[in-house]
Design a protein around this ligand. Sequence first.
Ligand SMILES: [Zn+2]
Ligand SMILES: [Zn+2]
Length: 306
Amino acid sequence: MNAKSTYRVLLYYKYVKINNPEMYASKHLEFCKLLGVKGRILIAAEGINGTICGSVNQTRAYINAVQMDERFSDMVFKIDEADEPAFRKIFVRVRDEIVTLGLPKEEDINPNELSGERLKPEEFMKHLEADDAIIIDGRNNYEFDLGHFRGAIRPEVKSFKEFPGWLMQNLADKKDQKILAYCTGGIRCEKLTGFLKRQGFKNVFQLDGGIVTYAKDPAVRGKYFDGKCYVFDARISVPVNTAEEYKPVSTCKHCGKPCDRYINCGNMECNLQFFCCYECEQKNFASCSKPCMNAEHHKLKVQNIG
Ligand SMILES: [Zn+2]
Ligand SMILES: [Zn+2]
């Protein structure tokens, strides 16, 4: 790890029963404010899911304190180094679920009871090399577009709760085939693979710890992952594959050159996230289209007036 980095980003989750999510969340928020860490944490009766950022000391103190609670004593923290803060504020929110598959409450998946077989990065890589499985990207289409495992299917979903419908529409006749599923940190695949097993898929595997863990594993170093990994903080993307030469899998919306820069359209009523190279961003005033460039609620106009 780079000792010079000023910040650390922690990514973690655990499916574990939390009896009074509201009370736990309010105490957790107080504690985060005291420590000074920033980020986004979801609390539900089924567990915790967080990404936070802070100094080395702050994040170390956070991990120590959280792991003192025996419910979280074995929770895995994925640690990234960063030169800039990944968040500006701290949110601790109570939700019905930490991951929403969109099933009726009584049909939701409890991954502690039903989930796909977990594969360590090296095992996952061997399964990729065997080339005999259907590889499902358990993330949204715009995450897939920035980077994904070679040969994976692009899910036509914009949010996780669309997955059950999409899976049954596209894979219902593949129940005897081997399925390999992966997502960013592993949390989504726990439910997704549980859902597949309940639907009668027989041979279902998931990448334990997700792309983020696969990228850091010294034996695989992200091999067979093309492009970058989308993350839901100020970084937007992180590198994955250091075992092979890097090239973007996406192209600039304006000029078509290889480009892995996601920006949001400057027209605040559009706000589309699209790939745009630096030159085209300047030329088009960070707009996705001509109409957006001339839009009334363009952030450059608003800033100039303000
Ligand atoms: Zn361009
Ligand atoms: Zn636009």
